[in-house]
Design a protein around this ligand. Sequence first.
Ligand code: UD1
Length: 345
Amino acid sequence: MNILLTGGAGFIGRHVLAELIARRHSIRVLDSLRADVHHGRRWSPPEPVELVVGDVRDAATCDAVLDGIDAVIHLAAKVGLGVDVSDTPDYVSSNDYGTAELLAAMARAKVGRLTLASSMVVYGEGIGLCAVHGAVTPGPRLDHAMAAGRFEPPCPVCGETLAPAMVPESVATDPRNVYATTKLAQELLSSNWARVTGGSVAAMRYHNVYGPGMPRDTPYAGVAAIFLSSLRKGLAPQVFEDGGQRRDFIHVRDIAAATVLATERHASGVRAFNVGSGTPRTVGDMAVALAAALDGPSPIVTGKYRLADVRHIVADSQRLRDELGWSATTEFASGMKELAGSFDH
Ligand code: UD1
């Protein structure tokens, strides 16, 4: 296929590009090489991939790059939790206005297939299991409770502690920070576009992605990269809350394989796909694994917290396995070892 890959110079984008090349697609990359990510560094894709340096928010740029394209993989976005509320306009502009321009241009160019980088953050706290009330949506975590060290969100009905549950795509979305809101808006805008144009959308709800080339030393870095930066300086990883937050850390090569499979195989309708390894870990366990891989100091559990963080979020990726024939292949311990060894990428 002739594929337009937006954000192809980014962390996930480079791995998706490698997978597309391996599967012999013809690829054009659109990337603005934004300064807060690339810091003025140049980047060239391998031959014969075409690179257009430009912004997805620019209608004329979108029109130009869509010429001859069969499908779009839209990864270009501002990621992470952000610094504070002053980041909001840039998130909305980069993620939602950018998607709006891209979709309008796809309609003009009659390009009907879209694979979108979404996120597990659209579920907010997801679901928890109450012994009395069954599957419930945990309420928001309150500042005073977290300050007192009560990090678990309680059952919204009786206040009891909830047991973990895997989140399927059918769970109601509940974005709890600006980034999450912009990711959900991207999905909704794409869905509206699909209904009007007859296009197809695969919304890939990625879990916590790690692997070679992770962004680091920025306020937008993921926790694995932050821990590695500390360990590289001989410092102990600082684990927030009590370290019991559950996530699903998934290797970027598995993410890339899922993204390309969805582009090849999902050709009609709008479908969300969770993309996780299926094996939940706590942030504390991840810190221990990385510290061990680097023979560094033991993690410190700080009790600090960020109000916008969700406590637990763990995907059920059965749909992706059933419908697209995907499965994760990189095991956590070996993936963490590889990350530790390749961090100067
Ligand atoms: C991450 C991604 C987000 C993606 C989502 C998918 C980043 C920055 N965020 O969000 O883009 O959509 O996964 O599920 O890549 N923590 C510490 N110590 C630190 C920093 C963080 O303990 O120094 C903890 C946080 O409190 C949180 C957990 O690590 O509980 C994960 O934080 P983070 O990596 O920022 O990711 P998510 O919010 O899960």
